[in-house]
Design a protein around this ligand. Structure first.
Ligand code: CAA
Length: 420
């Protein structure tokens, strides 16, 4: 879709993403363990909304609608009804309509779509937030919660770690079809960690990853699946993180920009967007992310762009194999050739199309409901020169986001344009 009323991202906010492996995360053994708690889901929403209000700046009473991305607040935090919960962030938000949107790991993306469409219906300032807290339980229990993003009745039993196993099913098929090696996949992990090392908000900011470490199973980097057929094809370093965190963006029409005293040049435009969904549990081809192809194809063609017309991208790398397959789904590489983009350095910070510049889901982290919102915020930050040590060089006119829910079951894609 190409919005008939132009939609701008007027401002953004991202909290640090934290969890196991991040020095700010209070785990057993941390100096503050027992003295201080990790932030709750409510803390993240309140923090990110206040940060956005202060940094825009905006009188909250001008906001006309809010969409909240979250996947599993009821399970991880015993909290639902998140629209009304987020309204606690500022008393001036009282009375404004807020509601939660859920599409698994694409919850943030569908929240942004809802906001764009609210602007098409006539609203001028709409808030989009996403957050997830997943560290309240052990990773194995959390994996059971996340399995609700698959077809639970038929797919849960593949492994205790359902999603890692579902995407590993693809990695195994891809290796057999195209001769991909563990070392090839390790290049994706190394890129993610090295970008995250330059990003102070990233979950894995302080963790180094060498090619040898990522390519070889070890006690520190085990093949942890129990499914014997799949186990050899996944290591911890191939996985996105169990992260807590939040992100927010404020979307505005041209009238909304006037209310904020901002110009088009202060903002970025959401030039086109697409959402595609296919039936749960019915993946037709393990070698293709068909839903991602549908969504990105529509978003790019509605913006009159070809895949290589974008200068930066955020794609959903829930596992290293997903980033590789995204390259092919978008059309940057032919089937079977996705690895070449990472091996050549084309998608590195210095490459001709940097992808996941802040570390992606593997390095920056993956607080599920926040991810789709963070992707748009990251493109904004690159376009406005706000990325510090991981700022890419050169003019960035167009950016692409691809946010995936489940095993390629719901995909939201957006083309972002810098008109400054
Ligand atoms: N040798 C063998 N096995 C080992 C081991 C070793 N040296 N060390 C650990 N393990 C096994 C253990 O059995 C352990 O389970 P228990 O805790 O029950 O003993 C298991 O591996 C996990 O170990 P940890 O809990 O210590 O691992 P961790 O906390 O460091 O987590 C991870 C690592 C399991 C990879 C975790 O980061 C993870 O689950 N990541 C993926 C998150 C995920 O799936 N997100 C959703 C992505 S899908 C998507 O985006 C789409 C959607 O809609 C959902």
């Amino acid at each position: 879709m190409r919005p008939h009323r132009p939609v701008y991202v007027a401002s953004q906010a991202i909290t640090p993403f934290i969890g196991k492996g991040n020095p700010a995360f209070i785990a057993k053994g941390h100096a503050d363990f027992g003295k201080r708690e990790n932030p709750t889901l409510e803390d993240y929403f309140i923090r990110v909304v206040r940060q956005l209000i202060d940094e825009t700046p905006v009188d909250p009473a001008l906001i006309q609608r809010g969409f909240v991305g979250n996947f599993a607040g009821e399970l991880f935090s015993n909290q639902g009804h998140l629209g009304a919960m987020v309204a606690r962030a500022d008393e001036r938000l009282s009375g404004i309509g807020f509601a939660r949107m859920e599409a698994a790991c694409a919850s943030g993306g569908v929240s942004a779509v809802s906001a764009i469409e609210a602007i098409q219906a006539g609203l001028d300032l709409v808030l989009v937030m996403g957050a997830e807290v997943q560290t309240t339980v052990r990773a194995r229990e959390g994996a059971d919660y996340l399995a609700r993003a698959a077809h639970y009745a038929s797919e849960r039993s593949i492994d205790d770690f359902t999603f890692p196993a579902l995407l590993t099913r693809r990695a195994k098929a891809y290796k057999e079809a195209y001769g991909l090696t563990d070392r090839d996949l390790a290049h994706f992990a190394v890129k993610a960690y090295s970008n995250a090392n330059r990003n102070p908000l990233a979950h894995m900011h302080a963790v180094r990853m060498t090619l040898d470490q990522a390519a070889t199973a070890s006690d520190d980097n085990p093949n942890f699946l129990q499914n014997e057929e799949l186990a050899p094809h996944l290591k911890v370093s191939d996985c996105s993180q169990v992260s807590d965190g939040a992100a927010a963006i404020l979307l505005a029409s041209e009238e909304g920009l006037r209310k904020l005293n901002k110009s088009v040049g202060d903002c970025v435009e959401l030039r086109s967007y697409a959402i595609a969904t296919n039936p749960l549990g019915q993946v037709k081809d393990l070698l293709r992310l068909d839903t991602a192809t549908q969504a990105t194809g529509e978003a790019l063609s509605d913006a009159d762009l070809a895949p290589w017309d974008v200068q930066v991208a955020e794609v959903h790398d829930c596992f290293t194999i997903a980033e590789l397959m995204m390259y092919e789904a978008v059309g940057w590489a032919e089937p079977g050739k996705g690895k070449e983009l990472v091996l050549s350095g084309d998608t590195s910070l210095e490459g001709k199309l940097p992808v996941n510049t802040g570390g992606g889901l593997v390095g920056f982290g993956h607080p599920v409901g926040a991810t789709g919102v963070k992707q748009v915020a990251e493109i904004y930050r690159q376009m406005k020169g706000l990325c510090g040590d991981y700022q890419i060089k050169g003019d960035i006119r167009h950016g692409l986001t691809v946010n995936m829910g489940g095993d390629d079951r719901t995909v939201v894609s957006m083309v972002v344009e810098n008109r400054a």
